[in-house]
Design a protein around this ligand. Structure first.
Ligand SMILES: [Zn+2]
Length: 209
């Protein structure tokens, strides 16, 4: 059983999940995705007597990243994205029309990571699982039995593969890997919709074969 605390923040108008995972022992917290500027996340972290260490992005799509600059400017929280999604981030205005958004500020990140990068939350390793398919640099993050799945795996379905840098074949391989490597008890927290488990979604890949 994990002692990590997961808190889900959902903000209008995009209603993406921003997951804060907090380690009560070290009082460190990491935020996964940052959809809009807000003060609620920091307020919660401070109430817990904790420190927000960094923001990790599941991928570079605008609806997951538009609060990044605010967190840097106001609180100096660094943000990291997979190296393969950096070009998408920098090209953010070429696809915001999908959500009828005007021009948005390009999110500034402090660094990139890949599957070999080691991040920790207190004594808990944050395992980076590279899961390309929805975008080329899509990742899932595993801490204990908690999987932050971004737009790769949802309840009952998986992410779109018809967008720039998407690949249906890469998605198939990524899902295959998740189901192969993770036990049924793994809790899955997607970027949109309801949480689920690897066990409940295992049929997704079986159908695809
Ligand atoms: Zn996306």
């Amino acid at each position: 059983m994990s002692n990590l605390i997961l808190k889900d923040f959902i903000f209008p108008p995009l209603n993406n999940h921003n997951y804060l995972v907090l380690d009560p022992e070290s009082k460190e917290a990491v935020l996964f995705d940052c959809s809009v500027p807000n003060d609620e996340v920091i307020k919660y972290v401070e109430e817990q007597g904790a420190i927000l260490k960094m923001i990790l992005l599941t991928h570079g799509h605008f609806d997951h990243v538009m609060g990044v600059n605010y967190f840097w400017e106001k609180h100096h929280i660094p943000t990291y994205v997979h190296e393969n999604d950096l070009p998408l981030l920098q090209d953010i205005n070429s696809y915001t029309h999908y959500a009828s958004l005007g021009k948005v500020e390009i999110p500034k990140v402090d660094g990139t990571f890949n599957g070999n990068t080691v991040f920790k939350l207190g004594n808990h390793p944050i395992r980076i699982m590279e899961t390309p398919g929805h975008t080329r640099g899509c990742c899932c993050f595993l801490m204990d039995d908690i999987l932050i799945s971004g737009d790769t795996l949802f309840m009952g379905t998986y992410g779109r593969t018809d967008l720039p840098t998407s690949s249906a074949e890469a998605m198939r391989q990524s899902l295959k890997r998740l189901f192969k490597e993770l036990p049924d008890t793994t809790k899955v927290y997607p970027g949109h919709g309801h949480p689920t488990t690897i066990g409940a979604e295992r049929g997704l890949y079986e159908v695809e074969k």
